[in-house]
Design a protein around this ligand. Sequence first.
Ligand code: ATP
Length: 435
Amino acid sequence: MTVVGIDDTDSRERGMCTTYVATQVAQRLRTAESATVSSVLLVRLNPAVEYKTRGNAALAIHTDCDPGRAFALARDRLETLAETGDERTNPGLVVADATPEDAPVPDDVCRFSQAAIRDHLEIADAVDLLERRGYRSWHAGDGRGRIGALAAIGAWSALEEWTYEYISYREPDRWGTPREVDHESVFAAADAGYPAVWDTVDRGEDEAVCVPHTPGPILHGIRGDDPDAVRSVAADIESEPVAESRLFVTNQGTDAHLQRGSIGTVEDGRAYRLEGRVASEPETRRGGHVFVDLESPTDAADDGAPARERLPCAAFEPTKRFRDRVRALRVGDRVTACGEVSRGTLKLEKFAVRDLVSSERVTPTCTDCGRTMESAGRDQGYRCRDCGTQAAEKATRRLERDLEPGWYEVPPCARRHIAKPLVRGGFDAPTHPER
Ligand code: ATP
């Protein structure tokens, strides 16, 4: 069995898409080599990597073709299709002689895949491992694409959770022109497929998120937990002609990028799941971005312990209604926050409310006239200036909260490919899914 890994073929300006290149390679393997393609993996790597064009995708094709012949064929397709006119496009191809089911790829390749999803790697890391394993490889430009290509090869063994995307492609002469997709039919198909099929549309924003706006070859991509369900939703969408389509097995929607961490030790360019306590009132800044600080959830508050570590968290404007959830947080709430850390700020993807502050201490009101009392002096409690009534200390007022315990998430229009939608289930608290 042979695994063909490819990456970095597309350009933000010139278009192309590595899923399309993989589709072409898979098709040629079938037609020119009479080979069987058992699956094509669409693997999302660390979304914080600066070199990415858009979603940091790498592809792996599992086939029974002879590795040498698969290598020659894939190289030919990459040389023809990769947008190497863009100096930021640095295609890579790696072919491994491995059997994903019977003889899993070696541990060091699995670890490389894990690192590519959660961490940052150097081109030299890929080159060293390629030499050690003796895999065939080809590259153009600076060869960075070999990182993703090799990571895609290890992904099947490195990851446990998989979802599906059924991608339909446009006829090549339409690439770069506006897509003709019937909006109503997308929403109807999305409703019929939900919840096995998710992130097809954003109902709050009335947006068909399955239809990209980029100049590339994709007409729409339908994501979900079940291969038949994603196929069926795609079939129900009325649109311009579909030139070809393919089912991808993918780590999209799995949160594979998140690692456990603590507020004091996070690093830029990685994504975390963190426990914390809200340490500042949420603040809406210019552009509609909402910021709130989290601090470590230690209980030693006023015992002279050093100041707790703080981490600013942000819900940016494109996260739309999610910002209302963040604005509803109050100092003292306990949460679990998930997202990527960039320039010392956690970009929130989802959070779980663990414990809500349910009361606040306020200046007491006069029981006779209902007016707010005033301080009667240092350590002397409060007094109503008009009635003379007194209170020894602040009163406790119950807080009406707009949040409930459980998970909240960004809406589908703001979802990162790799982030797990709440509707998929498996969370450790009640969920409040967006759709
Ligand atoms: P698209 O989603 O449109 O296919 P892309 O966002 O996948 O594009 P690429 O063009 O593949 O972006 O560019 C990402 C580059 O970064 C690739 O060369 C890949 O090998 C490299 N890369 C991926 N993950 C890492 C990582 N963890 N560390 C260092 N480099 C990485």
